[in-house]
Design a protein. Sequence first.
Length: 248
Amino acid sequence: MSPRHERPVVLITGAGKRVGAVIARTLHAGGYDLALHYRHSAADAELLTASLERQRANSTFTVQAELADVEALPSLVQRVLDRFGRLDGLVNNASAFYPTPVGTATVPQWNELFASNAQAPFFLSQAATPALRETHGAIVNLVDIYAERPLANHAVYCMAKAALAAMTHALALDLGPDVRVNGVAPGAVMWPSDGKPYDDQQAMLARTPLKRAGAPEDVAGAVLWLLRDAPFVTGQIIRVDGGRTLSV
């Protein structure tokens, strides 16, 4: 292990693009050095790293891994420790999302959705726990409002996110008092990249008390707060949804 790094360090999964990249920029600006995990988005992750390195040298590096490979997860944590000598936070952001209508869902779809949304966060958290205990660190899981209010035709995804929500509460019990564990449940902050109309977007926003979509920065701000500014908060899932879960 390298000598203990001066600044706190966070590992973010799925950090190369979309919400993960915004979380990375926000945490970096908030004083954290980062290990940015990616699976296939190497070019995006390297561009992001280069940008952050220009702002603060020796503050960021990328780590590639297939999170579905459970046996590889301890080595992912070890690579962070080899680079920085410490780990203060884990953000389980990486996620697969697509419809699985009842009658067409397959076992490979089940395995893929549960691997990214429940299995990997658990086993990565388990692998990171010893290092997080040393720093009295924190875990933040990116859950989803659909964990409690399912989206039609996405039963497997919603079930996997519900498992992640349960994991958040269970690990908060098991890892306290040394490690805090919380979640963020975003609403409409970034539409799916494939452009498919998973929901009637305008009608959905009309049912939201704030009557608008949010932004990835809203989610990133909640993650930063939970990691840095909420020392007496654990076992909570913060809804960042404009009040959408209040609507019928």
